[in-house]
Design a binder for this molecule. Sequence first.
Ligand SMILES: C[C@@](CO)(OP(=O)(O)O)[C@H](O)COP(=O)(O)OP(=O)(O)OC[C@H]1O[C@@H](n2ccc(N)nc2=O)[C@H](O)[C@@H]1O
Ligand SMILES: Nc1ncnc2c1ncn2[C@@H]1O[C@H](COP(=O)(O)OP(=O)(O)O)[C@@H](O)[C@H]1O
Length: 282
Amino acid sequence: MNDMSKLTATAPAKLNLFLHVIGRRADGYHLLQTLFRFIDLADTLHFTARKDGVVRRVNEVEGVPEASDLVVRAARLLHRETGCTLGVDIEVEKCIPMGGGLGGGSSDAATTLLSLNRLWGLGLSRDRLMELGLTLGADVPVFIFGQNAFAEGVGERLQPWNLPESWYVVLFPPVNVPTSVIFSHPELTRDSISLTMRALETAAWHNDLQPVACKMFPEVAQHLEWLERFAPAMMTGSGACVFAGFASEAKAQAVLQQLPSAMRGVVTQGLSRHPLHDWVND
Ligand SMILES: C[C@@](CO)(OP(=O)(O)O)[C@H](O)COP(=O)(O)OP(=O)(O)OC[C@H]1O[C@@H](n2ccc(N)nc2=O)[C@H](O)[C@@H]1O
Ligand SMILES: Nc1ncnc2c1ncn2[C@@H]1O[C@H](COP(=O)(O)OP(=O)(O)O)[C@@H](O)[C@H]1O
């Protein structure tokens, strides 16, 4: 019999297959056009309901104090919003490198919102969870949307985008690239042409944050240079991770096997949708 007070859920990473900066809002946030793809590199979260209303993270996560962990912030946000009197113990098994542009923190937050909606029996809709998620970070809504998606605005205006089967070599340069530093750089391109989804299907895909990140962090440029020897490569999000796509797992593995011992990376498969897509009603 299922134990209704416990839930284990996955939180996949994302790649930005392109990221074009097309303008800036009055509040300083940048307007983007980006294509999100989920991949099977994932964190795993364990939730155990409590009757006393306490929200806790029960394990240590290096570099992330409990109170600032997005899983704890997501759970407390749901508490405040719904007045729910239950609590939860959350265990976070991190696999996604942090601050790498793979969206691990945002995905953990989204998986927490989706899981507690179930565990606490809240019955919130997908749209409401996406609205709440946006208050935690620009990347959270797409993980609740649950489909690979073309995003506009700061990442909250989403349309599904079907993508072919693909495997990716993802490399982890050993640097932490702060998102705000890249977005505030004077040399950042902020005027890429805004294109329709149809035009984007055939346009040259690029990441406007990449030149600035490469200039500030030579390790990113070095990893891109190595990967470019095998296939077109790009940085994801604000970096530091870089990736290249391949039509088969064998081709991707053949490249990874040649990775110099000083570099780190993985082969990961593109997902056709988020593993928790059906956990909430539209
Ligand atoms: C660049 C992207 C692309 O998917 O991903 P990551 O590299 O973080 O994974 C996202 O837009 C990042 O979203 P997210 O990581 O949630 O960013 P936030 O915490 O909301 O913002 C961090 C800081 O970056 C700047 N920022 C962020 C997003 C945006 N569209 N314009 C900005 O100018 C702001 O200065 C903000 O204070
Ligand atoms: N559960 C979490 N997992 C990862 N990072 C988290 C988490 N909670 C808060 N953070 C903070 O969010 C920052 C960004 O992490 P992450 O979303 O993994 O990277 P990125 O935004 O580059 O894709 C981290 O440096 C960390 O301080």
